[in-house]
Design a protein around this ligand. Structure first.
Ligand code: TRH
Length: 395
């Protein structure tokens, strides 16, 4: 961590409000670091919840939130109710419709040319996204125009966050002696091919007990690595154990469950790369699992009236083509069971055996999907290009 540089006008200024969990800050912190690494002249990130930021970005822990911090080339600022704007960025990103403070909007409107103003939206594979990506919305009073930028899975959208060196970094981890093998050895996890290594990051999951029993009946050892998070309580209940903390290990026959400390984002990537199967949730870990190119199971962020189930189906419609029919059916059935979709009344435990049989086909498919997605321009590149077309703003 270094001291904040004199507050010159940054190229990028990102505003993030932590609604729930880590996802919003997870995405914004990743985007900010990605932009800063690309040598962009100045990235400022405003965050309203410093404690949540510190979980994702431990280097910010030693900073006084009132003073902010500079970590990985990103100027971190605490967004409080007493917000006082600095010189606005050339591009101002409000993440997930977080509503900029009025003083910020006034400061933006006073600049000539006005900053490009972007609302970065949530990721969705639904068809309507392509039609809304890039739409403009003039401010009712000020000479400012907001543009909607939607992440997505095809060329008609804003793409996915993928740092320039990510795939090479992953491949080095998988190939080099100090990489995956060392990572597993440090955690006393076997690297033997017959072991199924599973990472488990999820919201509440009442049916975990049945799945753990299914894993105990497997003909191969299963090691489940659970980063400290909300699901740990359900893990403890499913195993009939008292509260579990990082470092805990419970062995039941061929099943071994270990609780790991919550790490920074790079550490979390290493966990995904080290495992053969990843349970992920929300938005950012969902994308990271795709870059890990391993079979994965997504628990989608729950929304009112089960709106998230449509989102889940939309992703499945993109993801399943190319799989052998039995593997596609097993994949969809397990994902629906994990998300409590009414379309499939199976429990995760009931859906597991067919999913386990499909793992070899799912592994090959995950690699092909990752390669196809990685061949497309990433989100930061698309956002940069989009904003360069807006250059000059509405004046
Ligand atoms: O925390 P989430 O559930 O986030 C969600 C979604 O983003 C959702 O769209 C949003 O509306 C909601 O929050 C409010 O899951 P997500 O998106 O995977 O974010 C978790 C972040 O935590 C991600 O950046 C990875 C990071 N992480 C670590 O850095 N270290 C860890 O050890 C673990 C387990 C995760």
């Amino acid at each position: 961590m270094t001291a904040i540089p004199a507050s010159a006008r940054p190229r990028w200024e990102i505003f993030c409000q932590v609604v729930d969990n880590f996802g919003d800050i997870g995405v914004c912190w990743r985007l900010a670091r990605d932009l800063a690494r690309r040598g962009t002249a100045g990235v400022r990130l405003w965050v309203d919840d410093w404690d949540v930021l510190v979980r994702i970005c431990p280097a910010a822990a030693v900073a006084d939130p009132g003073q902010g911090a500079c970590v990985d080339g990103v100027e971190l600022c605490h967004w409080t109710t007493a917000f006082v704007p600095r010189i606005p960025g050339e591009i101002v990103v409000e993440a997930f419709a977080c509503e900029l403070p009025p003083a910020q909007l006034e400061a933006m409107a006073a600049l000539r040319p006005a900053p490009a103003w972007i609302n970065l939206e949530y990721l969705s594979a639904e068809d309507w996204v392509a039609g809304c990506h890039g739409l403009a919305s003039p401010h009712p009073r000020l000479p400012l125009v907001k543009h909607f930028f939607f992440p997505g899975f095809d060329v008609a959208t804003g793409g996915l966050l993928r740092e320039a060196e990510l795939i090479a970094r992953r491949d080095r981890f998988l190939g080099e002696p100090g990489g995956r093998g060392a990572w597993l050895a440090e955690r006393d996890v076997s690297a033997a091919p017959e072991v199924l290594r599973v990472s488990l990051f999820a919201y509440a999951q009442p049916d975990l007990g049945g799945l753990f029993e299914a894993w105990q009946r497997m003909s191969r050892p299963v090691v489940v690595l659970v980063p400290e998070s909300r699901i740990v309580g359900d893990v403890a209940a499913a195993l009939g154990a008292p509260a579990l903390a990082a470092g805990a290990r419970i062995d039941r026959g061929t099943l071994s469950v270990r609780v790991l400390p919550f790490t920074d984002q790079d550490g979390y990537d290493a966990l995904l790369w080290a495992c053969d199967l990843n349970f992920v949730r929300g938005e950012d870990s969902f994308v990271r699992a795709q870059w890990a190119a391993r079979p994965f199971i997504w628990q989608i962020y729950p929304q009112a009236e089960a709106a998230h189930h449509d989102k889940l189906e939309a992703f499945l419609a993109h993801y399943l083509p190319g799989l052998p029919p039995a593997a596609a059916a097993a994949h969809a059935r397990f994902w629906r069971a994990w998300n409590g979709c009414a379309a499939d009344t199976a429990t995760p435990a009931e859906a597991w055996p067919a999913f386990a049989d499909a793992l070899p086909a799912l592994a090959a498919h995950a690699q092909a999907w990752c390669a196809r997605q990685a061949a497309q321009p990433d989100l930061a590149s698309r956002l940069t290009k989009f904003c360069s077309h807006l250059a000059g703003g509405p004046g």
